[in-house]
Design a protein around this ligand. Sequence first.
Ligand code: SF4
Length: 220
Amino acid sequence: MSNHNLAPRHTTDPALVSIARFLPSTRAEGPGERTAVWVQGCAIRCPGCFNPHMWTFRGGEQLATDALVTRILDSGTTGLTLLGGEPFDQAAALSRVTRAVRRAGRSVMTFTGYTEAQLRRAIEAGREDVAALLGETDLLVAGPFLRDRIDTVRPWVGSTNQEFVVLSDRFPHLLDHLQRTPDRVEISVDASGQIAVNGWAELELLDELLAPVGRPLRNR
Ligand code: SF4
């Protein structure tokens, strides 16, 4: 059950964004080939969250919004996916980033642990930063992760309560195709031998996949 009164935190500096991870290109975090940015800091703290190291608002990499935009556009993908951490806890800064990304013709998909109703209530209460980020999002995936409601059918989401909210005409047939879109897991090994996993898979499956090479060092 989500808290009716829960609302996003205010960004401390709208020209600075704090990120936990930057992935230039992936096909496991939304439609098509996308750049994925995990932001640092989340006030929601869902039990069973896969990224508790992204809860604290300290740490991560702090960078100017313009610098993040340059990195995203230089990746040459068709869109940006924001994950977390919690993007709406940095709504003012991320609305600047997403505005620039969309002006460059790329799409924006935003994962949030807030429900759409909580975001709309915050907007009604005067949160222009929340309105701005929502207004620059083409596809919202909304709602907290509930570990007793794991979703094994739809792609990209963690639990069955999480809603896909289409906010523009950028993905016109997405909702019709969701049941036929397979979930993906990407496993990559960098030059130093570090293994990274992104996408969604049950832990048992990951253990089986990674048994020959060892445990993942990063995942979503
Ligand atoms: S909203 Fe996302 S990052 Fe925050 S606690 Fe929930 S699952 Fe973790």
